[in-house]
Design a protein around this ligand. Sequence first.
Ligand code: ATP
Length: 312
Amino acid sequence: MIEIENITKRYDKQTVVNDVSMVVEPRTIAAIVGTSGSGKTTLLRMINRLVEPTSGTIKLDGVDNHSLPDYELRRSIGYAIQGHGLFPHRTVAQNIATVPLLLGWDRERIDERVDELLKLFQLDPADFGPRYPHELSGGQQQRVGVARALAAKPNVLLMDEPFGALDPIIRTKAQEDLLAIQKHFGTTIILVTHDMEEAVHLGHKIAVMDGGKLVQYARPAEILAKPASSFVETLVGSSERPFRLLSLGRVGDAVEKGSAEGEAIPADASQRDALAELLWTGKPALPVKDTDGKALGRVTVDGLVKLAARPA
Ligand SMILES: Nc1ncnc2c1ncn2[C@@H]1O[C@H](COP(=O)(O)OP(=O)(O)OP(=O)(O)O)[C@@H](O)[C@H]1O
């Protein structure tokens, strides 16, 4: 759990983070969004003390982050940034092993961990472990950056625009990887992003920053349905709202009784994807199947349109 209490950062007369309080529950992802210069990175960096606050406290699992030396704190918190920051003269395996080595893990445990993480990120350890960062694609470097941040099994992972430089297809893949890994390890994650789509997709909660202030902190559905101010409404993008709402729901929750012709949609697909498929095929309904291929019923355009409307 991360508890941020009345945290403020001032540079001379400029207040860049202004009395922010928020709690990130264990094993959840909080996405921080906001305009450029709104204080997102500064807030994130006060958690691992790359930036010292002017006032306020931050507790990690109940412990004040000033109760131990900053280098020790940083070894216990994963940190992944845009551009991944890999050491160019160290191999992929050596990069991932950085923090476990500092923590004094034995060789065997480190090798096991490196292999485990590379496999988890779908990089063959024998092939990729000995390579240098410049021998990888941007997307692969990105995955190694996140693997390195996770190497010492941190309870907390801070991510600053980690997928910013990736093309849309690789970005989607990296997001799915992150969700899978977050479930697997139960890591608590704070993710800074410019991309509202990404925030809605990944965040259990979304924190909206404006001019150093936290203007709303709520679940994605609530941010979409009840933006706290016109600023949040603009950020959410009013023309995108119904589609973003649908992207939060699964087809399994929109199943209706009855049958339909055509290729079945999996129950775990998003409602947004189902609507896209319905519109594209020009059909009013399509069958829905579960992961075992069992027929569950159908999903209809009319049903989805109702779900995309502003919640009461
Ligand atoms: N070391 C510093 N000294 C003085 N001002 C700083 C310093 N670091 C950040 N700032 C200022 O603090 C404000 C917030 O910066 P920050 O990087 O936290 O914003 P951000 O929301 O992450 O922006 P972006 O989305 O553009 O990365 C900016 O106006 C920035 O110029």
